[in-house]
Design a binder for this molecule. Structure first.
Ligand code: TXA
Ligand code: MG
Length: 320
């Protein structure tokens, strides 16, 4: 039985024992372990069934701590840190030798972030080490935004979910790397490109194929429900051809009615992309439980967090 509890002391004890705790953050729940314990980190890879070439994010609680782990802090990284930390931005920077290779899959860079969640900040301050934490889902599956999502995935094989409620942003952190001091987008996420560019000017955005080698986790199929899922511009037009199917719909603003639609999840009736991002994974989890023939998701507007949501939906709809 996996316990769901708010008890930070208990989480500390489990983590000190080289075991794992699922932690709340403002983005998604993470599957956390001591970065300096090879035993704990192996447990993360094993439980998630994550390929070893895919490095982990280091979570800590202050910029001073980050400086203990990274060698080079370019000016634009400083600006971003000052503006967005604590928060949903991960930066990939040159690592110091104190960061073990088992965190970085042997790369000379490390991904770091300071999460913005009171419970996890309290936990990080109570520990003598930072936490590696990938999203707390089996590799390739939908990310968890509630304690129950985590428990449904790992009940019995994980000791504890530290209960921090529902994740308020609901989509993973945005990942930025640096080339010659200039910011490069590695992963779309909770903070839009527009917000980042307001702080540091232009961000280098490559096409997705080029991004892949730098951020090895950016695989084509990811964040995926078990139910076959489609991403379309117009739901009504698309579902015509499937009159005898049981369809679940993920729509941006409006309920869509048709005889074959069994259920609709509306992400934000007011058309707020931030709200839509925060509801995305919970909506996919709910639809996936309905024994549908298919899920049909509506493409979001091509701006701000709409781009991040579309990125996740594109990966969720890739065939196995
Ligand atoms: O919001 C988040 O970032 C969540 C919460 C729990 O903090 N964590 C998360 O971790 O999404 P994960 O492991 O699911 O995704 C981490 C991504 C992967 O795509 C990985 O390849 C990339 O970060 N990454 C980690 N270290 C890297 C490095 N040194 N260079 C390039 N990419 C790296
Ligand atoms: Mg993940």
């Amino acid at each position: 039985m996996t316990i769901i509890s708010k008890n930070i002391d208990q989480a500390v004890e489990i983590l000190n024992g080289e075991n794992l705790v699922a932690i709340p953050t403002e983005t998604v729940y993470g599957l956390a372990g001591n970065i300096f314990s090879e035993v704990a980190i192996q447990k993360i890879y094993k439980l998630k069934q994550r390929p070893l070439f895919n490095p982990l994010i280091v979570h800590t609680y202050s910029i001073d701590k980050v400086k203990e782990y990274v060698d080079d802090f370019p000016e634009k990284a400083r600006l971003l840190a000052a503006h967005f930390w604590p928060g949903s931005l991960t930066m990939v920077l040159k690592k110091k030798s104190i960061i073990p290779d088992w965190i970085t899959s042997g790369k000379d860079t490390v991904a770091v972030r300071i999460p913005d969640h009171p419970i996890v900040s309290g936990l990080l301050k109570a520990l003598d080490f930072p936490l590696a934490a990938p999203s707390a889902n089996p590799f390739g599956c939908i990310s968890p935004t509630s304690p129950k999502h985590v428990k449904d995935y790992f009940d019995g094989s994980l000791k504890m979910v530290l209960d921090g409620g529902i994740c308020k942003n609901g989509i993973e952190s945005t990942i930025i790397g640096f080339e010659n001091g200039e910011p490069v987008l590695y992963r779309l996420g909770s903070i839009s490109i527009e917000e980042i560019e307001d702080v540091v000017g232009e961000v280098i955005v490559r096409n997705k194929k080029e991004v892949a080698p730098d951020a090895p986790g950016m695989l084509a199929r990811h964040y995926a429900p078990n139910t076959r899922t489609f991403l379309v511009e117009n739901i009504q037009d698309f579902i015509h051809q499937f009159e005898n199917k049981r369809i679940g719909v993920l729509s941006f603003k409006k309920e869509i009615k048709a005889p074959q639609i069994v259920h609709t999840e509306v992400l934000s009736s007011s058309g707020d992309l931030k709200e839509a991002a925060s509801s995305l994974y919970a909506a996919l989890h709910s639809l996936d439980k309905l024994n549908l023939d298919m899920i049909v998701a509506e493409q979001m507007p091509l701006i701000g967090l709409g781009l991040s949501i579309n990125d996740r939906l594109e990966r969720a709809t890739k065939q196995k």
